[in-house]
Design a protein. Structure first.
Length: 202
């Protein structure tokens, strides 16, 4: 019998993200972490350009990370290799501290537990703005750590992220189709749930 794959949004579905507080805190923390190399006034414009490029990407041959990096670092005027170590440190050590602006959703935790107990396959279909490290931290904030809740069967396949995705959301249905295909579930029976709509069969 074919299993049903549930694709769940993260922001305001599995996690109360509080974007009005989170986004400024995130920008400030990243700017502070890179301040020795990047003037703070350059950080936000560079992030904006890189993010827009990801959202506009239509090339399935390039990952979102490749697209983002090809715009972000030139905007900063800095070689990518010069910042890689500090950016990795930021997502490993500093980003987790931003969880104070978010909150768990007990009803979401109960639903996810029920879904796994009933043999559903689960994947994350959220805006792929962050690398996989950040998505895993945000799942911990949600009370759903990947080590305990094997979304999509393998931790490296939580869904589309900046590391591995090749199409930004472009609409809920389009994003969920990319996530499902990326999980090797072509022709699968797929149900999606998020803060802006639900899915159906692909």
């Amino acid at each position: 019998m074919q299993k049903t794959t549930l694709l769940l949004d993260l922001d305001d579905t599995l996690l109360n993200t509080n974007l009005e507080a989170f986004v400024p805190a995130y920008f400030q923390a990243l700017a502070s972490a890179l301040v020795e190399d990047v003037p703070p006034e350059k950080m936000l414009p560079a992030l904006t350009v890189g993010t827009k490029a990801m959202m506009d990407n239509q090339d399935p041959g390039r990952t979102l990370r490749e697209v983002f990096n090809s715009h972000f670092f030139p905007q900063l005027g800095i070689n990518q290799e010069a910042l890689t170590g500090k950016i990795d440190h930021f997502y490993d050590e500093i980003f987790p501290s931003l969880g104070y602006v978010a909150a768990q959703r007990p009803e979401a935790i109960r639903f996810v537990k029920w879904a796994f107990e009933n043999d559903f396959l689960l994947g994350i279909a959220t805006n792929p703005y962050f690398p996989i490290k950040a998505v895993k931290h945000r799942m911990i904030w949600a009370g759903l750590p990947a080590e305990e809740y094997p979304f999509a069967g393998r931790q490296e396949q939580l869904g589309q992220t900046r590391d591995r995705g090749n199409a930004a959301r472009g609409g809920v249905r389009k994003c969920r189709r990319h996530v499902g295909d990326g999980l090797g579930r072509r022709g699968y029976r797929r149900l999606g749930e998020g803060d802006r709509g639900a899915g159906g069969k692909s």
